[in-house]
Design a protein around this ligand. Structure first.
Ligand code: BG6
Ligand code: MG
Length: 212
């Protein structure tokens, strides 16, 4: 086998939270009177919460907010977002994803999460995978978010596996770039599919088995 471990991004790979992010940011944007739509939401993929806020505030040219105000805005969005996450359940984990994860485990590979989200553990609990992964590297243990490689390098360090033996699965171009910067191969799914920096394209999640 080419790899000893697979590091999965969470949002957009294991399950889908984009719409909840969109709804929560939209509420905040409406309150601030700033235009926000699904196209702008797509730019937030893989990007940290504070960086996402900066992208949303770009439209309010010239309007300056203090660091404290921005922290409050991000916290306000997160309260709405977490409330929406409560609607998630094991139904948000597809049979295809679950079966593929089980098959990879049966092959003897290690499995980890490499996500920019500070809500990763909450989401994993909602979908019934709280104890499934060997290691979790997320928004709580990093200082720089994707495309910086930190989140994936931390995952490899936690797993005690050299980066060149890890394969990253990502739906964000920033995540594919982060994998490359970490010295890891990557499999692109969803929005990132077709990105030239990715090692493989995954038209379906179950295809992953054929690349390991
Ligand atoms: C990533 C999402 O997984 O997590 C981004 O793709 C999001 O859209 C980021 O901004 C941070 O999420 P959270 O849950 O910490 O606000
Ligand atoms: Mg993602």
């Amino acid at each position: 086998m080419k790899y000893k471990a697979i590091i999965f991004d969470l949002d957009g790979v294991i399950c889908h939270t984009d719409h909840y992010h969109y709804l929560a940011w939209k509420q905040l944007a409406d309150k601030l009177g700033v235009y926000f739509d699904e196209t702008i939401n797509n730019r937030l993929r893989g990007v940290s919460r504070m960086e996402s806020l900066e992208i949303i505030l770009e439209r309010l040219e010239g309007k300056l907010f203090s660091k404290e105000q921005k922290t409050e805005f991000a916290e306000e969005k997160n309260v709405i977002y977490k409330e929406l996450l409560r609607k998630m359940s094991t139904n948000d984990l597809s049979q295809e994803v679950k079966d593929t994860l089980d098959k990879i485990r049966a092959l003897g590979l290690k499995l980890a999460i490499g996500s920019s989200s500070k809500n990763a553990r909450l989401i994993l609990t909602q979908i019934g995978l709280e104890d499934f992964f060997d290691e979790i590297s997320d928004g709580n243990n990093i200082t720089q978010s994707k495309p910086h490689p930190e989140v994936f390098l931390k995952a490899a360090e936690y797993l005690k596996i050299e980066p060149s033996k890890c394969l990253v699965v990502e739906d964000a171009k920033a995540g594919i770039e982060a994998a490359k910067a970490a010295g890891m191969n990557s499999a692109a799914i969803g929005d990132a599919c077709g990105y030239t920096l990715a090692t493989y394209d995954l038209l379906t999640f179950s295809k992953l088995i054929s690349y390991i």
